[in-house]
Design a binder for this molecule. Sequence first.
Ligand code: IPE
Ligand code: IPE
Ligand code: MG
Length: 260
Amino acid sequence: MRLPDSGTDQPSEAELTAKLDPDLLPKHVAIIMDGNGRWAEARSLPRIAGHREGIKSVREAITICLELGIPALTIYAFSQENWNRPAPEINSLMGLLEHYLSTERNKLIEQGVRFRTIGRTESLPTSALQWVRAAEHETAHLDKLHLTVALSYGGRAEIVDAIRGIVREAYDRKMQADDIDESLVHQFLYTHDLPDPDLLIRTSGETRISNFLLWQLAYTELYFTPTLWPDFRRREMLLALIEFQGRERRFGRVFTSLSS
Ligand code: IPE
Ligand code: IPE
Ligand code: MG
């Protein structure tokens, strides 16, 4: 049961939901889920407690996308650079990934969520990778929500992998340099069957991209919030979507009736 929002001056979640225009929702939301460590440190807890609490925000984001009919959600869970963290934190994160997939797999299937990963996942420990591959396999036929989890992911590595793929293809098919255009590059990205994100959310107050979806974010609306990821729940997501709906996406054009 959801309790009514406390306080009188803030709009309720129901009021925020009512503000959303169903025709103007993003088709693809990407999230840099940041601030788990600081959430834990503020409570004198080990960093892993923040990562654990962050999983609840992941569940909430999935639920909201399903409720609103947002068809694609891509979340940054572990970057290539995160391999430079202390081994105990990396091990805890991999354990958490396994735990999430083992306990949540059936729920994802019931909800109609297709789970996929992007990144150099071959670097993951064998048992985590087995859970990942099993979840990808078991949800491959589902399409209510395309959930893509970036794991061992780097945006520059993705572009390097795309270039490698194109060069291999060029040797095989004797492709010419002029045959390479933006749509061909797109076909060689990890996200080749997803539209570019309409909205990128980054939590925790950092205002950088941290090597996420470098090609795909070219015209994405960016939303930065100081809220730490474990605190980013329904209300915060609704605020991000409302802000997105107020943006004018010009894609380099001018929208005016006046001509100069
Ligand atoms: C994001 O939270 C999760 C991962 C990068 C795995 P952090 O662990 O980066 O938390 P902060 O930024 O240190 O607070
Ligand atoms: C970005 O967060 C990566 C993920 C959220 C998985 P980081 O905490 O690793 O990024 P930086 O180091 O602050 O740029
Ligand atoms: Mg961080």
